[in-house]
Design a protein around this ligand. Structure first.
Ligand SMILES: [Zn+2]
Ligand SMILES: [Zn+2]
Length: 360
């Protein structure tokens, strides 16, 4: 008979889990593996609530394994290291993002792109090689191979650093890879949520002119004054969109609902690139002719490799980039998820795990 979640590993752990696709989170006793030679164990201080957590909790992608402890924007302080660990020591500030394992030998892994490894092990709801399931950061303690640990620089506030481990790298990586990181470029950011608001900050730090493209006119003031965008387009306003046609070098599209691509392709200059980062559950219409006229490109991108994630965090620390967060207590998490489903958050909920996650 299979061992229970509480006893399958030697280290006691406590967190919040959903037991079915209602997605409702309740207190959950489980266990973590003992710290192996290459493992880092850490006390979780903060964990961001990513939109993917919502998809997983409700099994909207059909791959969820219950009980499910979400959370892949995790920061904390190291409590124990294995004897071969070189990257960090006890007391260091560290983070774990969207993955805790990969094959380490395929072409993608060799290129420091573990995020594209066919055998990637996501941080939660995925099987390890021993058959046990990964549990995420809505929990008191975490253990991971040091390869998947990110060092958090001393000067970074830990709560607002947490969302960078998913939202940050997801926007930073494509702007770097597709060469949209050059000073003077004009970059569009579609959607102003968890991903979009950090995309604006990274693009500004690269020296770009940034235009936010949104359906909501009420986000204009916020985008321009608080986030530092240079201009704002209301996507439903044909005159505004027409006036910006052919002006952008690249567009980062963070929207995960169905939306037309034609107007966005129109905003691109010749050779412009439209990068899709959201994951709409229905296919979008792809008009080809406007791509031919201007040799334009549409691509997708998903998170980033470990080397680049460290580079992103160091870059963010240097440029004082952090996520705008609403810090919540663990007992507010179900309400926070309901609000997130309605996009009612500026711009990321972060759970104050160490101070508020208490065993009953
Ligand atoms: Zn995420
Ligand atoms: Zn691999």
């Amino acid at each position: 008979m299979a061992k229970s979640h509480e006893t399958e590993h030697p280290v006691k752990a406590f967190g919040l889990a959903a037991t079915d696709s209602s997605g409702h989170l309740s207190p959950f006793q489980f266990s973590r593996r003992a710290t192996g030679d290459e493992d880092v164990q850490f006390k979780v201080l903060y964990c961001g609530i990513c939109h993917s957590d919502l998809h997983y909790l409700k099994n909207e992608w059909g791959i969820s394994q219950y009980p499910l402890v979400p959370g892949h924007e995790i920061v904390g302080v190291v409590t124990e290291v294995g004897k071969k660990v070189e990257k960090v020591k006890v007391g260091d500030k560290v983070g774990v993002g969207c993955m805790v394992g990969s094959c380490r030998s395929c072409e993608s892994c060799k290129d420091d792109l573990e995020n594209y490894c066919p055998k990637i092990i996501p941080t939660y709801s995925a099987p390890f090689s021993d058959g046990t399931i990964s549990y995420g950061g809505y929990s008191d303690i975490m253990v991971a191979d040091e390869h998947f640990i990110v060092r958090i620089p001393e000067n970074m506030p830990l709560d607002s650093a947490a969302p960078l481990l998913c939202a940050g790298i997801t926007t930073y990586s494509p702007m770097r890879y597709f060469g949209l990181d050059k000073p003077g470029m004009h970059i569009g950011v579609v959607g102003l949520g968890g991903l979009g608001h950090v995309a604006v900050k990274f693009a500004k730090a690269f020296g770009a002119k940034v235009t936010v493209i949104s359906t909501s006119p009420n986000k204009k003031e916020e985008a321009l004054s608080n986030l530092g965008a240079d201009s704002f387009l209301i996507s439903k306003n044909d005159d505004e969109m027409q006036g910006a046609m052919g002006t952008m070098d690249g567009i980062v599209d963070t929207v995960s609902a169905y939306h037309p691509l034609m107007p966005l392709i129109g905003l691109l200059k010749a050779h412009g690139k439209l990068i899709m980062l959201g994951a709409p559950d229905k296919p979008l219409d792809l008009p080809i002719f406007p791509l031919l006229a201007g040799r334009k490109m549409i691509s997708g991108s998903g998170i980033g490799g470990m080397k680049e994630t460290q580079e992103m965090i160091d870059f963010a620390a240097k440029h004082n980039i952090k996520a705008d967060i609403e810090l919540i207590s663990a007992d507010y998490v179900n309400t926070a998820l309901e609000r997130l489903a309605k996009a009612d958050v500026k711009y990321r909920f972060v759970i104050d795990v160490a101070n508020t996650l208490k065993q009953a």
